[in-house]
Design a protein around this ligand. Sequence first.
Ligand code: ATP
Ligand code: MG
Length: 258
Amino acid sequence: MPTKVIAVANQKGGVGKTTTSVNLSACIAALGRRVLLFDLDPQANATSGVGLPKTEGASAYRPLLGEGALLDKIQNTAFERLEVIPSEVDLCGLDVELARADNHLQRVAVALQPVLAAQRFDLILVDCPPSLGVLTLNALAAADGVLVPLQCEYYALEGISMLNRVMAQLHDTGVNSRLELIGVAMTMFDGRTRLSPQVVGEVREHFGDRVFETMIPRNTRLAEAPSFGKPIIHYDKYSAGAAAYELLAQELLGRLKV
Ligand SMILES: Nc1ncnc2c1ncn2[C@@H]1O[C@H](COP(=O)(O)OP(=O)(O)OP(=O)(O)O)[C@@H](O)[C@H]1O
Ligand SMILES: [Mg+2]
C-alpha cells in the first residue's frame, strides 16, 4: 500500500488546522497505522503539540533547499507509531528563497520521494500555514488529497473559493493532477447556538458528502492539550474532543482505504 499524503489546509487563520493535524495523526497512529506529521508552518504549533521543542536546524528548511535528506529530519514522538518532521521559524525564509528557484512548487514533493520509497508510513499529514504562499502550494503539489478544516462561523466559506481555485489550477496545469478534496471537517461546532448548525447546513449545500459526518465540538480540553505537548487522546481520553477526533480518524481512514 503506497503512503498517502494529505495536506491539512485553509488559508484562513485559526480554523483548527493544527488541532486537526495533531489529533488526527495521534488517533490514526492509535488505530495501528504508521503516521508522519509534517509540520510545514513556521509557527511550529504542531511540533509543540506533539511535545517537541523548537530546535534550530531541525526543520525541513535545508532539505527543501536541496541540502540534505528529509528522512534525516524525521523524529520520534513519545507516542507509538507517530513520528514528526518538526518546524521552526527558519521555514519563514523559504517563501522568499524559493520564489526565484527552479521547481519551486515541487520542493516538498521531491524531498518526500525517498520517504515514500522507504514505505515507513501509511499516512503523512502536512500541517500548512494560514496562507496560500509557497509552503502551502508545495504541500498541495505533493499531496494525494486535501483535508480542509472549516470553523463553524460566519464567512466560513469565504477562504475556500480561493483554495478551490488554486487546487483546480494545480490540477489543470499538471503540477498535481491526482490532487483531490478528501474532505471538509467542521470544527469548533457549538450545538447550543443557532449559528453552528446553520453554517454546517450551508457548507453541506456547497460540498455535499465531502463534508465529514463527524463534527469537532468546541471543547476546552482540545485547547489545553497543546500546552502539555500531548494530543487529546493522551491528554484526556474521555473528553468530547477525543471522541470526535477518534471518529473523524475512522472516517478519514474509510475514505482513504488505508
Ligand atoms: N474544537 C476546538 N475547541 C476549542 N478550541 C479549539 C478547537 N479547535 C481549535 N481550538 C483552538 O483554537 C485556536 C486555533 O486552532 P488551531 O491552532 O488548530 O488553528 P490553525 O488553523 O492551525 O491556526 P493557524 O492558522 O494560526 O495555523 C487554538 O488556540 C486552538 O487550541
Ligand atoms: Mg496552525
